[in-house]
Design a protein around this ligand. Structure first.
Ligand code: GLY
Ligand code: MN
Ligand code: MN
Length: 438
């Protein structure tokens, strides 16, 4: 059965116009993320490439986009050919003609034509933006092309075309979200908040982490997400202290906490929400102390989010407040200043305060000014996570051992300050107690 392009193809057209303006006399090369083998002849489910999707709305693998602003037809896409035989096995392909028409592309060729066409497409530019090591096959074709272009210059002494990183270049377009992107992000956040809420109602002691994982994905998909935006973390008890816990296969024990870090994708933009709560709905004294401490810090950090505040200010403040909490809980002795200068707090808080969010969970965009090396200020239209946490390893001496808490929300920077896009996801401890298991 044939498929239709996503509704924001015209938006992609506008994005390309802006990119073309900024490129001036440079070209841009964007290849699709290659498919990856899972085992034997089976592939991992294909997740379309974020940059390619951003600029075209096109989601097939084996695709390469070339933009050369100096050409009369600046935008060229290389795609898989129509092949009804192959499509019986692997599904629908648009093919060159339909892609040109439906995705508003200037010219479309089949992917096997790339090596012969690329030298002409890049021959008159001053440089090329490309991200190496994403697709080794494309790297090889690109390097061969650079050789051909250099050799064509004859005995001029001119070397290879200069190359800059395409991801950094495109990151600066993606980091400020348009109204349309904000609306898509809102959907991703609403779906994900609702899926978290459904898990809170469902969870019971004795269930396995994998059952919760499956139930969370079921809720995301039922609500309209296309997939998880990243590997969901379902961590019972001390598993929460493994920051990127991947196993999701242990039984949930009565009296312990559950940390669920998960978000769904909507038109490839993902939410990123973490909630932590008691599996049986009742907070122990120690759990409540840690949770209330982290929650207070998380709310204060969210309150800081507004245009002009820098990532460093947010990070430094998170560290200071978490050090104070570490002292209050008696996890470490001494003074906050010493904990910061020695870095001893990292035993309990080893990660960053948050990150940009969008088509990638750790979205593109610079965190520093590349010239001054200074931390970047937030601007309206940016979307970021705020996710402080405290993790007391199971082997710790303190009565808080085995408790890991992270609370993570997605925040849009607005002219006036901010809007929490994940506010539908409960985090008040009493409210959580009311919801869990009911
Ligand atoms: N879920 C990945 C992160 O929070 O950064
Ligand atoms: Mn995150
Ligand atoms: Mn997360």
């Amino acid at each position: 059965m044939s498929r239709v392009p996503p509704p924001h193809v015209p938006l992609c057209y506008q994005r390309r116009k802006k990119v073309i303006e900024k490129l001036k006399d440079w070209a841009l090369l964007v290849g699709a993320q290659p498919e990856s083998i899972r085992n034997g002849s089976v592939y991992h489910p294909y997740r379309p490439d974020s940059n390619l999707f951003y600029l075209t709305g096109f989601t097939e693998a084996n695709t390469v986009l070339v933009i050369n602003p100096l050409l009369e037809k600046p935008v060229t896409l290389f795609v898989q050919p129509k092949d009804l035989e192959k499509e019986i096995w692997d599904g629908f392909r648009f093919g060159p003609e339909k892609t040109k028409e439906l995705f508003l592309i200037d010219q479309v060729y089949t992917i096997d034509e790339l090596p012969t066409k690329l030298p002409d497409l890049l021959s008159n530019v001053s440089g090329v933006y490309h991200r190496f090591r994403k697709d080794p096959k494309l790297d090889q074709i690109f390097l061969d092309t650079l050789d051909k272009i250099r050799l064509k210059k004859g005995r001029t002494g001119l070397g290879y075309l200069p190359i800059k990183d395409a991801n950094q270049f495109l990151g600066e377009f993606r980091v400020i979200k348009s109204q349309e992107e904000i609306e898509i992000q809102r959907q991703a956040c609403n779906i994900s908040a609702e899926a978290h809420l459904a898990v809170m109602r469902y969870v019971k002691p004795g269930m396995n982490e994998r059952e919760i994982h499956g139930y969370f994905i079921y809720q995301l998909l039922k609500l309209g997400a296309s997939r998880e935006g990243y590997g969901t973390i379902v961590a019972g008890g001390a598993n929460a202290c493994t920051l990127h816990y991947v196993f999701n296969d242990q039984n949930l024990i009565d009296g312990q906490l559950l940390l669920l870090d998960g978000g769904g994708e909507y038109f490839l933009q993902t939410a990123d929400i973490t909630r932590t709560y008691p599996i049986n709905g009742r907070w122990s004294y120690e759990q409540s102390q840690v949770y209330q401490g982290v929650l207070k810090i998380q709310k204060k950090l969210i309150d800081m989010v507004k245009p002009g505040v820098t990532w460093k200010e947010l990070q430094d403040q998170a560290v200071t407040w978490l050090c104070e909490l570490i002292l209050d809980l008696g996890l470490l002795p001494g003074r906050v200043e010493d904990m910061i200068s020695s870095g001893s707090y990292r035993k309990y808080y080893p990660h960053g305060v948050g990150h940009f969010l969008g088509l990638d969970v750790h979205d593109s965009g610079l965190y520093i000014d590349p010239i001054t090396n200074q931390s970047r200020s937030l601007e309206p239209g940016m979307i970021l996570t705020i996710e402080p946490g405290l993790y007391v390893p199971a082997h710790d001496e303190s009565p808080f051992r085995g408790i890991g808490v992270r609370i993570e929300d997605d925040v849009l920077v607005t002219q006036a300050g901010h809007e929490v896009l994940t506010k539908l996801c409960p985090k008040d401890p009493d409210e959580l107690s009311q919801i869990i298991g009911h």
